[in-house]
Design a protein around this ligand. Structure first.
Ligand code: SF4
Length: 870
């Protein structure tokens, strides 16, 4: 029997350990690694279904120059030649790399070394800029180094956990499960601070639906409360913390409860409840993520949180810390090697001593001496003609950066574009002059660091397909071909890891917490067998010493920015974020039929009163417009939205939908310290878009098609794909997209209904349902017919003999349980809690990601029962 390989999940910054057992050339059984400290064997829905994503659909399997296949030698020579010539002609700052938190630490290290030590520029930035660079800047300002002063174990030792700007139940589900387990075991209190009422709020002790962008006021108000109530720690402050002049005067003026509640637009009583709870609970962890970081005042928001923890001495102690949690699997590893344009390497900045030290270590011929262009500025510089050659690695900026329309123009305009990726066609690689096939998850070999500083191995368990190669290999080959053969003479990831570890320890007398000295001489075998370990020890700063020149942490004076009232043209505020079962631009999760069922279309969520005012109904189509662009979305009316605010998901691209392009909408405005874009509050408008007909198309096979209609979204289903469609004019033009076969059809002129199927030898090839005025049937039964023998003309009835009632929207993807089934079971069996629903239906008993959704359904059902009884 094939042995299980211990590796790490491909997705979020929780960094769960996985036990992967290959079952064929491209198939694998996935289980949680019980020995991994992050997850102890648990996995969320995304991790659980990783096995559905390791197929080769859409993979880039050979180097391509333009549309032509090329040898590796030819492609690498061309990339090296173009970068060398561009640097010679226009200088080192005329080239750039845009990389990704999906890379291994070893990949990141080689790319950073090539750009900053040999090309001589710092124009290497990463998509982690979009995710957590405000936390990096905040840590550096407060602690003198980018150190996360907490671990997941602190969640089990805290008496109060405050989640700020974090839909943890969806974005970091295993952390959320650890929080829920701590609540059950020791009664830990939970406060959620978020403008939206997300599933994370289910069962929380308090939810504060603050006005977006008011977190500085909220935290300064909290500090003022703690100061007034004598909850600050004067001894800790005196010995271990510096405050800038005027800091306390600023906190004590204008941050009373009433003023703060008004600024944050929440009830003073609610705010007081939170402040009292915080003040009374020394063991408090404040966990924050994109809701804090993705703001044009993100760094101040981070520091306002850290200020409270420093002033109350709630840091470096069990169950007490500010805790930044990252989005990507290796955002932290990238930070450690210096993969941001604003850092140098190994947690060093561009101070002359550091530049000289790193230059000596690398024997670098052309050290960069100052920070480079951060992501948004980098693409702006391309549009201005200042960047002549760009290499994009493992990311899709045409979709993910704000004002993505301008980013596309930049990708089209740059004279030489290289994209290394696992996918053949992405919205970014469409414009590439050279495409290089990279290794994917399951093929990669290296290390990643999760949000609590735990370094884990990602180990390969699948053969590299076609001519794919690891990113570190591709970059070092270009470095060697640019003329630096010895500096990039790596044979394996372990060679790079040892060099990175040596650099962290090089002339490090304790000035930097990041010190991997013990790893510097690790053998190849020991690297292969590496167990997860946390750098910086269990609890950094437990001795009250910080990596600043005087050893003291720093309070940072932060002021609440003025929040502009909505303009007439843009009466709404757009917030953006993730879905539970999708990841980034869906290039991997989009391959999983199970994950696709949780949210099948990109939705714009809107408050019922706003929808009513705008004449928009649930399931309508609506256009979201901002000054940057517009895109179509399916409407979901949600009580969880604040009035005047809408929410759209970040995942959809041109590859899966005609609309849902959230990246087109946000402003390219960034935080002045971190350069992180403010994705969370863009002035916007919404309008209903009427269509003459709606329908769906189910096609056998995985070859995507572009449909000529106003709205089309595609998801993978077992055996094929489901397209939701809507449009104007004659829908007969869609008939041509049905595969060949015996054709059966049923038309109803009074409802404008077309139902057509094509069948070959009892196998369904495709089915098209369109209606102008009527209802559409559930898709589930029809989808199952793709894998059924003996299909006939009765397929147009859309249900078979003894068919089950419509399950409703999928809630539990592991057991394929829908909303209608859960509601029916709650009513009929009088179920009162999540465990009872699990016992009755199985829902929520595998990965557990849907338990907050089940809690939400239970709460709504109980409310409806109460109303009915009144
Ligand atoms: Fe992967 Fe889910 Fe764990 Fe994140 S929480 S690392 S997505 S299994």
């Amino acid at each position: 029997m094939t042995q299980a390989i211990r590796t790490t999940c491909a997705y979020c910054g929780v960094g769960c350990g996985i036990s992967a057992t290959p079952t064929g050339p491209r198939s694998v059984t996935i289980l949680g690694d019980e020995a991994h400290p992050a997850n102890g064997g648990r996995l969320c829905s995304k991790g659980t279904h990783l096995g559905e994503t390791v197929g080769l659909q859409g993979r880039l399997l050979a180097p391509m120059i333009g549309a032509k296949r090329a040898s590796w030698d030819k492609a690498l020579d061309l990339v090296a030649k173009k970068f060398r010539e561009t640097v010679e002609r226009h200088g080192p700052d005329s080239v750039a790399f845009y990389v990704s938190g999906q890379l291994m630490t070893e990949d990141y290290y080689v790319a950073n070394k090539l750009m900053k030590g040999f090309i001589g520029s710092s124009n290497i930035d990463t998509n982690s800029r979009l995710c957590m660079s405000s936390a990096v800047a905040g840590h550096n300002r407060a602690f003198g180094e980018d150190v996360v002063p907490a671990s997941y174990d602190d969640l089990e030792e805290a008496d109060l956990i405050v989640l700020v700007g974090s839909n943890t139940a969806w974005c970091h589900p295993i952390v959320y499960q650890r929080i829920q387990a701590a609540r059950a075991a020791r009664g830990t209190r939970l406060v959620v601070i978020d403008p939206r009422r997300t599933e994370t709020c289910e069962g929380a002790d308090l939810h504060l639906p603050v006005k977006p962008g008011t977190d500085v006021a909220l935290m300064n108000g909290l500090l003022a409360w703690c100061d007034a109530e004598g909850v600050t720690d004067p001894a800790f402050l005196a010995e271990h913390v510096n405050a800038p002049e005027g800091f306390w005067e600023h906190i004590r003026s204008g941050h009373d409860l009433w003023t703060t509640a008004k600024t944050c637009d929440i009830a003073p009583a609610l705010l007081e409840q939170f402040y009292k709870l915080f003040a009374a609970t020394p063991r408090t962890v404040t966990m924050f993520s994109q809701g804090i970081n993705q703001s044009i005042r993100g760094t101040d928001q981070v520091n306002a949180i850290i200020n409270v923890h420093l002033a109350t001495g709630r840091i470096g102690k069990p169950g007490a810390a500010p805790f930044s949690i990252t989005g990507q699997p290796n955002a932290m590893g990238g930070r450690e090697v210096g993969g941001l344009a604003s850092t140098l390497a190994a947690h060093m900045d561009f101070a002359p001593d550091n530049v000289e030290r790193v230059g000596r270590f690398w024997a670098a011929p052309a050290m960069a001496t100052r920070p480079g262009l951060k992501a948004v500025d980098l693409f702006r510089a391309i549009n201005e003609g200042r960047i002549k050659a760009l290499w994009v690695m493992a990311t899709n900026p045409a979709v993910s950066l704000p004002d993505a329309g301008r980013v596309r123009e930049a990708l089209q305009a740059v004279p030489f574009l290289v994209v290394s990726d696992i996918m053949a066609d992405t919205d970014s690689s469409t414009h590439a002059h050279v495409r290089l096939p990279a290794a994917g998850w399951g093929e990669k070999d290296g290390t990643v660091t999760n949000s609590d500083r735990t370094v884990s191995r990602q180990r390969p368990f699948l053969a590299l397909p076609g001519e794919a190669r690891p990113d570190w290999w591709i970059v070092k080959e270009v470095g060697r071909r640019m003329g630096w053969r010895n500096a990039f003479a790596y044979d394996r990831p372990a060679d790079i890891w040892r060099e990175h570890a040596r650099l962290t320890a090089y002339q490090n007398d304790g000035a930097r917490v990041l010190n991997l000295r013990r790893q510097a001489t690790i053998s190849n075998d020991a690297y292969d067998a590496m167990e997860p370990f946390r750098w910086g020890g269990e609890r950094p700063f437990s001795d009250g010493r910080f990596p600043t020149p005087d050893g003291k942490a720093r309070l940072v004076l932060t002021k609440q920015m003025e929040i502009q009232e909505p303009l007439k043209q843009w009466p709404m505020t757009l917030n953006t974020g993730r879905y539970r079962d999708q990841w980034h631009t869906m290039s991997r999760t989009g391959l999983s039929p199970k994950l696709a069922r949780h949210r099948e279309e990109p939705l714009v969520e809107i408050h019922p009163q706003d929808a009513e005012l705008l004449g928009i109904a649930d399931r309508d189509l609506a256009r979201v417009q901002t000054a940057q662009g517009n895109s179509l979305f399916r409407v979901a009316i949600s009580e969880g939205q604040r009035l005047g605010e809408i929410f759209t998901p970040i995942h959809w691209t041109d590859q899966q939908a005609s609309g849902g392009r959230t990246g087109l909408l946000p402003r390219p405005l960034v935080d002045p310290h971190s350069g992180q874009p403010g994705f969370k509050s863009t002035p916007a408008s919404v309008e209903k878009v009427a269509t003459e007909w709606k329908g769906f198309l189910i096609l056998r096979g995985d070859e995507p098609v572009k449909l000529p209609c106003l709205w089309s979204t595609r998801i993978t289903v077992p055996g094929g794909a489901l397209y939701e469609i809507a449009g104007n004019g004659d829908p007969a033009r869609l008939d041509a997209f049905l595969p060949k076969g015996d054709r059966v059809e049923a038309m109803d002129a009074s409802r404008g209904t077309r139902r057509i199927a094509t069948i070959s030898e009892g196998r369904l090839n495709g089915v098209l349902f369109v209606t102008r005025t009527g209802l559409l049937p559930s898709r589930d039964w029809l989808i199952r017919q793709l894998e059924t023998e003996g299909v006939g003309g009765s397929v147009l009835a859309a249900r078979g003999p003894g068919s089950q009632p419509d399950k409703g929207a999928t809630v539990c993807v592991c057991f394929d349980i829908g909303l209608n089934q859960i509601v029916a079971a709650i009513r009929e069996q009088q179920l009162v809690n999540v465990a009872a629903v699990g016992k009755a239906l199985g829902a929520g008993t595998n990965c557990g990601s849907c338990r907050p959704a089940i809690a939400n359904i239970l709460a709504q059902a109980q409310q409806e029962t109460l109303h009915a009884a009144e």
